[in-house]
Design a protein around this ligand. Structure first.
Ligand code: TPP
Length: 560
């Protein structure tokens, strides 16, 4: 006979979980008591939102399911933003929440919330376990659902009496859900249509997204693009799925995409969309998106196909498996002279690149782009980069060039400020030997700055680069461009002294106030084995360009 708490530990071990991010409380005190008897590492965060983002960063850096554990009521509600962010980005998490005893549910009991109700729309699935006999199977299912098909966060709500109750423990059998059978193998006839289109296309473009990274299909994508001589753009979530150092790389697409990526998609005759969901930040005005192109969409989630954009060839399947087949079928098709056939197209793209490259002008005040550009050069592109949200995020996407998957970790779909620091903590836990850097704005960093203490407590040497422009920069940019420069409530008139704040936490604090400081500060920060805050006082009114105004066609960009 085992208690619910002991069964939970058995399942965690059988799922290979060795790391949990969490925060205790009355409803989960029995679980914490059991946890202390295992080898599972627990990272005590300072806010439950931090626990979820850390589990998210851990998952993206390791490719495993991230796990967090929090108490009922406020502990549970504090996780909601993190869950929503993971949901939008399809990140596999299992979120364990404590709940009041079953007989008190619905009684307005102390620290009771209906977290299953609250998170219904932002979890892949969620459960309230009401009987200890159901616990093992439910947990197994939760892990299976989180990682299979289109991954996502799954929440399991655990009433205190269920955790205390005992039952005979049987190792659960393989999960088999009749109503849930993700399609991994694509329809080969559909794929053959793609090969035929690739053979005929004069101006093809591949548009890859986070699905390629999640399916671990980056190598297959790269092989296919190179063989078929097709230039590649990605969404924000897809950065790193194709090497940015490759000549076929177009840069990111969308609102702050490169000129050449947006123009290429506007002009292409074939768009191969793989593992994307056609977010509005990508498509701009949907009826002018890739309007001259046949659109192919490969995705594991059938409901995301034709949701936002009509497509000619829908393919439901795992991105990696689909690309493996495409590579084989391409070889069999024996398509020759594609390089020659695409020459005019690649020349046209190169002209767009020459006309409007990403650029900035570094004069007397530090340009934020220069900080990221320099960080890229000093780290040779090998760091794991997390970001906050805003201009800092977009400049990172533009100026830190990602050659490999799993190196860019950002809240893409939800766009939630406060993501970067806890995500960096999770990534550093997953990859202790890697350099992990959170690129932040002065606004965002203050949303989860308390996680500095977590980093220090566990000796995690994450680096935080704060691009301090004294504004909620991205909102200020919109106010400048579209609201006649009326800066309503976007000046951060009071911020802490970030150097002293770093020191107060026991970290190293560094500040750069002029361009000559940038290299020395970054060098010292990167080389330190401590947790470090590097603050850069940057040009206050620098903007992110190119910019597609909301709901305009993506080929209509504001260019500086
Ligand atoms: C939790 C949350 N609240 C509000 C916003 C809206 N928002 C998007 S960008 C931004 C400004 C971010 O400012 P800062 O962190 O200083 O970064 P910067 O844009 O200056 O690089 C705001 C307020 C958001 N994305 N997330």
């Amino acid at each position: 006979m085992l208690t619910g708490g002991q069964i939970l530990m058995e399942i965690l071990k059988s799922e290979g979980v060795d790391t949990i991010f969490g925060y205790p409380g009355g409803a989960v005190i029995d679980i914490y008591d059991e946890l202390a008897k295992t080898d599972i590492r627990h990272f005590l965060v300072r806010h439950e939102q931090g626990a979820v983002h850390a589990a998210d960063g851990y998952s993206r850096a390791s490719g495993r399911v991230g796990v967090c554990l929090v108490t009922s009521g406020p502990g549970a509600t504090n996780t909601v933003t993190g869950i929503a962010s993971a949901y939008m980005d399809s990140i596999p998490l299992v979120v364990l929440t404590g709940q009041v005893p079953t007989h008190l549910i619905g009684n307005d009991a102390f620290q009771e919330v209906d977290i299953v109700g609250i998170t219904r729309s932002c979890t892949k699935h969620n459960y309230l376990v009401t009987k200890v006999e159901d616990l093992a199977e439910t947990l197994k299912e939760a892990f299976y659902l989180a990682r299979s098909g289109r991954p996502g966060p799954v929440l399991v709500d655990l009433p205190k009496d269920v955790i205390k109750a005992t039952t005979a423990y049987k190792v659960p059998v393989e999960v088999n859900l009749r109503s849930y059978k993700p399609t991994y193998s694509p329809n080969l006839r559909q794929l053959q249509k793609i090969i035929d289109l690739v053979g005929k296309a004069k101006k093809p473009v591949i548009f890859a997204g986070g699905g390629v990274i999640l399916s671990k299909g980056s190598e297959e994508l790269t092989e296919f693009a190179k063989k078929a001589v097709i230039p590649v753009t990605t969404s924000l979530m897809g950065l790193g799925s194709f090497p940015a150092s490759d000549p076929l790389w177009l840069g990111m697409i969308g609102m702050h995409g490169t000129y050449r990526a947006n123009m290429s998609v506007g002009d292409c005759d074939l768009l191969l969309a793989i593992g994307v969901r056609f977010d509005d930040r990508v498509t701009g005005k949907t009826d002018s998106f890739a309007k001259n192109a046949k659109i192919v969409h490969i995705d594991i989630d059938p409901t995301s196909i034709r949701k936002n954009i009509p497509v000619s060839v829908p393919v439901v399947g795992d991105c990696r498996i689909s690309l493996e087949h495409l590579n084989r079928m391409f070889d069999e098709a024996n398509l020759v002279d594609l390089a020659q056939k695409r020459e005019d197209w690649l020349n046209k793209i190169n002209k767009w690149k020459e006309k409007m490259p990403l650029s900035y002008d570094q004069k007397d005040i530090i340009k934020p782009q220069y900080v990221i550009d320099t960080l890229f050069k000093l780290t040779k592109g090998d760091a794991i980069i997390t970001t906050e949200v805003g201009q800092n995020q977009m400049w990172t996407a533009q100026y830190y060039h990602f050659d490999k998957p799993g190196h860019f970790i950002t809240s893409g779909g939800l766009g939630c400020m406060g993501f970067g620091l806890p995500a960096a903590i999770g990534a550093q836990v997953a990859c202790p030997d890697k350099l992990v850097v959170d690129i932040a704005g002065d606004g965002s960093i203050q949303m989860n700055i308390q996680e500095m203490a977590t980093a220090i407590q566990y000796g995690l040497p994450v680096k935080i680069v704060i691009l301090n422009n004294g504004y909620l920069g991205m909102v200020r940019q919109w106010q400048e461009l579209f609201y006649g420069k009326r800066y309503s409530c976007t000046a951060m008139e009071c911020s802490p002294d970030f150097v002293k704040l770093a020191e107060a936490y026991g970290a190293l604090g560094l500040r750069a106030t002029k361009p000559e400081d940038v290299i020395p500060v970054l060098t010292e920060g990167i080389n330190s084995n401590k947790t470090v805050i590097m603050e850069f006082l940057v040009d206050k009114e620098e903007n992110v360009y190119p910019m597609v105004p909301a709901e305009a066609p993506i080929t209509e960009m504001l260019l500086v």
